[in-house]
Design a protein around this ligand. Structure first.
Ligand SMILES: [Zn+2]
Length: 109
């Protein structure tokens, strides 16, 4: 396994700072594995380059905020919708499940 060049640069320059600590970068892989490579909002597969990892409760203290249980794998688009309530999400969401999840998680922010 090789570490991504970006991660190596962050670590070597001491640029890992809250909430994006070294633990955050290490636990991103654990969260992605737990989520089986799928987005926790829309449940669709996440392809390389489209992964963002969301803090379910961003207000937790530094020693808790980056626990795997507080991280969720999301598509970039799903993550953007989560943090921008003014945008209209998921025109394709026929069952309404993704939209319901999105609104539930917005309340935790
Ligand atoms: Zn998604």
């Amino acid at each position: 396994m090789t570490l991504r060049p970006m991660l190596l640069e962050l670590i070597s320059k001491g640029l890992t700072s809250p909430p994006y600590t070294f633990e955050y970068y290490m636990n991103v892989a654990y969260a992605f594995n737990r989520d089986r490579g799928n987005c926790r909002i829309c449940r669709e597969p996440i392809w390389p380059g489209d992964l963002q990892v969301h803090h379910l409760n961003p207000k937790l203290p530094t020693e808790q905020v980056n626990k795997v249980s507080n991280l969720a794998s999301l598509h970039k688009e799903c993550h953007r919708y989560l943090h921008h309530p003014g945008e209209i999400p998921f025109k394709w969401d026929e069952t309404g499940k993704a939209t319901k999840k999105l609104f539930q998680w917005r309340e935790k922010l």
